[in-house]
Design a protein around this ligand. Structure first.
Ligand code: SER
Length: 619
């Protein structure tokens, strides 16, 4: 059986041999503040794909490949079946634009895909079926793709056309690069089929055909017109290839398992749970799978610096941790059971995702703290619930948990709504769902957004807002690092003259009399990144303004300060060395390690004697 590590490696090796640069996975927290999590390998390349950044300048090639960690939260409710996962990996290769020296489009992308599958992985070509975009609305059918597949030995009968819901990919956010796609499906054989006439890829009645590789031919940019309020497509300045293979899927096919939970990506973990619970997997499949999936996902999330809270990513993390807690309770797992599982996850995945190893302590501490907290809330909430039920029974009231009562359980004790339903059902009670929604004040939000975009009652808008808040906080801390770095590189005549931050970028105006040289820009950028890597601590202290100035804190004199101010210091905890100290109202990141990669996008004149820098943080 080919281990998953070998499969990952053979993909990356293959594309390396074909002149691709192997790029590490980006963070699961995307740079784009409108997305909650990274959900596709192409996300870290959006600015190159849409032509706003120069891929050659930064990667010295147009051809890239990666294995990307991704999170998709729309599927969370499905976890436990054969195919859904909260966290998953995607293999992908990219060609961003083309010129005489590098880059390719449809022809090569298709040739490479078939060569990798048939020559390298030894898939039987007769088992491969292809889908293509058959055209819809203003975008024409992709006849060129059909011609190329045929030329490469796939007969017409195994090439099927579909509309945009299957064969037009993207954009990953509301706007951005997208295009028609062709997918390679694998025929698992008749025994998995429905035998109905017309059974083939995307068959609604069976799972005989599995989609393995999506080849996106990016030619379009989806744009929002603020004038008409409508979306429309325009051609991108360059054509690109974006591909994605669901790693869990391909491992299942190669290891000949019906589900990834039975491959080496999960099965040893399931065996550990089996040992601890002394219950057989066969009788507890769904619960074992939820534990394995969620534990893997929360380990990656915590290693990325996400902490449980009530908004956005932190909320998703909290919900996952609570579901783990409840599931572990159902299986009567002893406290501390998760440690052995976390250790296995770290060992299995840290070769590719080293942060799992460096942050193991955080994973263990954050998760056990949350279980403790939730356990206490559950015990108290259960008391409240039991009393509620027995009072109603005593008084012969209707067997209904009122909206207000359900909301108390949700809000005060943190019970997920589906948990309240389950408890009520066990007692033969109903829950007034309408009333609950009214109480939670999110009724309109939830019904407007529909079930797909929400998770546990949290509207996507709140999530986005939280995403924005985190972005702005990080950029704010980066602005302090930038000012300190500029003063080191250019001298202490540099003083802040203005600053403007939005979730996408920071803008910093400072006193300096000439254009910065490219070397000075690079030096500044490098210094900021060095300080980010050193994981400096950001500390807030309150003191009288005078005292702050005496201590050498920088203040922006255009502002009027109150008598007592906050001073933010960014310093090395080991040596005590202070890199930046500024009077500021915050908020700021707790540590510079949260910031990601700092990049100066532009340096220009703002007014006489004042320069302006625009910069971004990439995760
Ligand atoms: N972006 C496409 C996907 O996620 C191909 O990588 O399927």
């Amino acid at each position: 059986m080919l281990p998953s590590e070998e499969i990952r490696k053979s993909f990356l090796d293959f594309f390396k041999e074909k002149g691709h640069k192997i790029v590490p996975s980006s963070s699961i927290i995307p740079a784009d503040p409108t997305s909650l999590f990274t959900s596709a390998g192409m996300q870290q390349f959006v600015l190159y794909l849409n032509g706003s950044r120069d891929v050659l300048r930064e990667f010295a090639t147009r051809q890239l490949a990666s294995c990307q960690k991704c999170v998709r939260t729309v599927d969370i409710e499905e976890v436990g079946d054969d195919t859904h996962h909260t966290l998953f990996e995607m293999l992908g290769n990219w060609s961003i634009g083309q010129d005489r020296n590098s880059g390719y489009f449809k022809e090569k992308a298709i040739e490479y895909a078939l060569e990798f599958f048939c020559d390298r992985l030894k898939f039987d070509k007769n088992k491969l079926w292809i889908t293509f975009f058959k055209g819809e609305k203003e975008i024409p059918a992709d006849k060129e793709a059909v011609r190329i597949w045929e030329k490469n030995g796939i007969p017409k009968e195994r090439i099927k056309g579909f509309g945009s819901s299957d064969n037009f990919w993207g954009p990953v956010s509301e706007t951005g690069p997208c295009g028609p796609c062709s997918e390679i499906h694998y025929d698992r054989g008749e025994k998995f089929g429905c035998s109905k006439p017309g059974c083939g890829p995307n068959c609604p009645d069976c799972s005989r055909f599995v989609e393995l590789w999506n080849l996106v031919f990016m030619e379009y940019n989806k744009v929002h017109s603020s004038a008409s309020g409508k979306f429309y497509y325009e051609k991108l300045p360059q054509k690109s290839i974006d591909t994605g293979i669901g790693f869990e899927r391909i491992v299942s096919i190669i290891q000949e398992k019906d589900s990834a939970y039975e491959t080496d990506l999960f099965y040893p973990l399931i065996k550990i749970i089996e040992k601890i619970s002394q219950k057989p997997y066969e009788d507890n499949k769904k619960n074992f799978r939820i534990l394995a999936d969620h534990l893997r996902a929360v380990s990656f999330m915590i290693a990325q610096g996400i902490l449980p809270n009530n908004l956005g990513r932190g909320y998703i993390l909290r919900r996952l941790l609570r579901r783990i807690y409840r599931t572990a309770n159902v299986l009567s797992l002893p406290s501390g059971w998760e440690r052995e599982c976390i250790d296995w996850i770290v060992k299995k995945y840290s070769g590719v995702y080293p942060e799992l190893l460096s942050e193991t302590n955080d994973i263990v501490i954050v998760s056990s703290k949350e279980y403790e907290k939730f356990g206490k809330a559950i015990r108290e909430g259960m008391k409240f619930f039991e009393k509620l039920v027995s009072d109603k029974l005593k008084k012969k009231l209707p067997k209904v948990i009122k909206g207000e009562e359900a909301f108390s359980l949700y809000e005060t004790y943190g019970f997920p709504f589906e948990f309240i339903l389950q408890l009520a059902e066990e007692k033969g009670f109903k829950v007034d769902k309408e009333g609950f929604l009214k109480w939670s004040g999110r009724h309109r939000e939830i019904s407007r957004k529909g079930a797909k975009k929400k998770f546990g009652g949290l509207g996507i808008e709140e999530i986005t807002k939280e995403g924005d808040r985190i972005k702005v906080t990080r950029l704010h801390t980066a602005t302090h690092l930038l000012q300190a770095a500029l003063r080191k590189v250019l001298g202490s005549q540099v003083k802040q003259m203005g600053s403007d931050i939005n979730p996408k970028r920071l803008r910093f105006d400072f006193s300096f009399s000439r254009k910065m040289t490219p070397e000075e820009i690079k030096k500044t950028e490098d210094l900021v990144n060095k300080k980010i890597k050193q994981a400096l601590k950001v500390k807030e202290e309150k003191m009288p303004f005078k005292e702050a100035i005496n201590q050498g804190a920088l203040a922006f004199f255009k502002e009027k300060y109150p008598e007592v101010v906050s001073v933010y210091s960014i310093f090395d905890q080991k040596t005590g060395e202070v890199f930046s100290k500024e009077v500021c109202a915050g908020p700021h990141a707790k540590s510079t390690k949260e910031l990601g990669k700092f990049k100066i996008i532009k340096e220009e004149s703002s007014s006489r004697g004042v320069r302006r820098i625009r910069a971004v943080l990439e995760q």
